[in-house]
Design a protein around this ligand. Structure first.
Ligand code: HEM
Length: 440
């Protein structure tokens, strides 16, 4: 169905544009690619949430989008997304020097040593979790991964969390991601989860500032608690909590990729042996090109971020098409990750496409494009890649069966989530001679 109606004269400014919010909610990841396909163009004009919007796709579009002279973020994110996914006052909503200073705080957490330490916490949590699984009884990988990632990231971040409190915290951190793209019950669950967790972390940050909580030096809670913004003042406890959540929440969201990796290993088991061939002892032990290629292909192939958005800072034009000041500019992430001009046979899962390939800063954009230090590209990409590599290795080495279940991943649901959460049945428990730990 055509969603924008050209009027005589054909100029996009003079088109009568129908609001596309409902088709967006109904079609999810296929919405922008569908609009572009029907328009036969990498740029489409539409309306969402009653506002003028322009959808763009491709590496050139990404380069255009990530230029601060073109697109700003301050007023672009709708309230419902701030109240669920990102939080009010988040770094995602800043521009210019305020953005760069806050972003530097996130980037300071991304050193080789800190990522190595988070990886070690994750491997330890994985081993603890797996050794608790009774052989022969089904477990849901999505739930297990969300809990072990919660335990690992909280230990790493200096956020005290007892084992008994892990399931509730994991469930809230997952809910904030799960509910941002929907309008009903999932959305309200996400709002409640955010409110609860912001209050929890704001209190911990206040404690860390007055010395009532010992925050290990350089830990995420310590860095966020003592960060000074452009006005030279510490963040309001509630805003500091938002930023700390913007480390914890997306790290736990790697559970989505864990189930996608399990799905890929189930559908294409030939990759398993190549992953288990990698060495097995911590963060720096995965130098092989294949595990990185596998992880990149999972991030490209499976649906997670549908698009990213900002607002045109002035009247602009892209490839001769006008984009009026104030229009929403949406960069089609899912569409670009499945564009046959960039990726041969894009709907074929093929990690080898990445072996030996140099990836440009605007080519593979599941976590945004450009330079994370200066732009809005995700600062956590190195964490995601490293943790996915070690989890891929652990998963590939597990001995389990995949019982009958619904492995559907609907592109209509944002964020996409496997219907069953990937149920696996551990086959047998064995003890690792090197560590003495039990594994399945
Ligand atoms: C589950 C895997 C993840 C995915 C799919 C993901 C995806 C993204 C995307 C698409 C963006 C927006 C880019 C843009 O607006 O142009 C983003 C931004 C961001 N991500 Fe991630 N991310 C993930 C993990 C992480 C992790 C582990 C962290 C932190 C440790 C993190 C922290 C952030 C922050 C703070 C921003 C805002 C950056 C800015 O506005 O400058 N993310 N992420």
């Amino acid at each position: 169905m055509r969603r924008f109606l050209p009027v005589p004269g054909g100029h996009p400014r003079r088109m009568r544009l129908l609001d596309n919010t409902l088709p967006l909610l109904l079609n999810g990841y296929a919405w922008l690619p569908g609009l572009r396909r029907r328009a036969g163009s990498d740029i489409v004009h539409t309306r969402v949430l009653g506002q003028r919007a322009v959808g763009l796709c491709g590496p050139d579009a990404a380069r255009f989008f990530y230029d601060e002279e073109h697109v700003a973020r301050r007023t672009a994110l709708p309230g419902p997304i701030k109240s669920t996914l990102f939080g009010h006052g988040a770094v995602h909503t800043l521009d210019g020097p305020a953005h760069r200073l806050r972003k530097a705080m996130f980037m300071s957490l991304m050193t080789e040593d800190t990522i190595g330490s988070l990886t070690d916490h994750t491997l330890a949590a994985w081993d603890e979790t797996v050794s608790s699984w009774p052989a022969g009884r089904d477990v849901v990988l999505f739930d297990e991964a969300s809990r072990l990632l919660t335990r690992a990231v909280c230990r790493w971040a200096g956020v005290p969390l007892s084992d008994a409190d892990v399931p509730a915290a994991a469930s809230d951190l997952v809910a904030m991601v799960d509910g941002f793209g929907s309008a009903g019950r999932r959305h309200w669950r996400a709002r409640l989860a955010r409110r609860r967790r912001e209050a929890w972390l704001a209190a911990l940050i206040t404690d860390a500032r007055r010395g009532a909580l010992t925050a290990p030096s350089g830990s995420a809670i310590d860095v966020v608690a003592h960060h000074e913004d452009v006005d030279g003042r510490r963040l309001e406890p509630r805003v500091a909590a938002v930023d700390l959540l913007n480390v914890l929440r997306p790290t736990v969201a790697i559970c989505w990729f864990a189930t996608f990796m399990a799905h890929a290993l189930h559908r294409w088991p030939e990759h398993r042996a190549r992953l288990t061939g990698a060495a097995d002892s911590g963060a720096k032990a995965f130098p092989d090109a294949f595990s990185e290629a596998f992880v990149d292909e999972v991030r490209r192939f499976y649906p997670f971020t549908p698009f990213v958005g900002g607002r045109a800072v002035r009247d602009l034009s892209w490839r001769g098409e006008p984009i009026p000041a104030g229009a929403l500019v949406l960069l089609d992430v899912y569409g670009q990750n499945h564009d046959s001009r960039l990726w041969a046979e894009p709907y074929r899962f093929d990690p080898d496409r990445f072996v030996g390939r140099r990836i440009g800063a605007f080519d593979l954009i599941p976590q945004g494009g450009g330079d994370a230090n200066t732009g809005h590209r995700c600062p956590g990409e190195a964490i995601v890649i490293t943790l996915m590599r070690v989890l891929a290795h652990r998963l590939a080495g597990l001995d389990y069966r995949v019982p009958e279940q619904d492995l559907t991943i609907s592109l209509r649901r944002v964020p996409a989530r496997m219907a069953s959460g990937f149920v696996l049945r551990p086959e047998r428990v064995r003890v690792s001679p090197a560590t003495g730990s039990r594994s399945v």
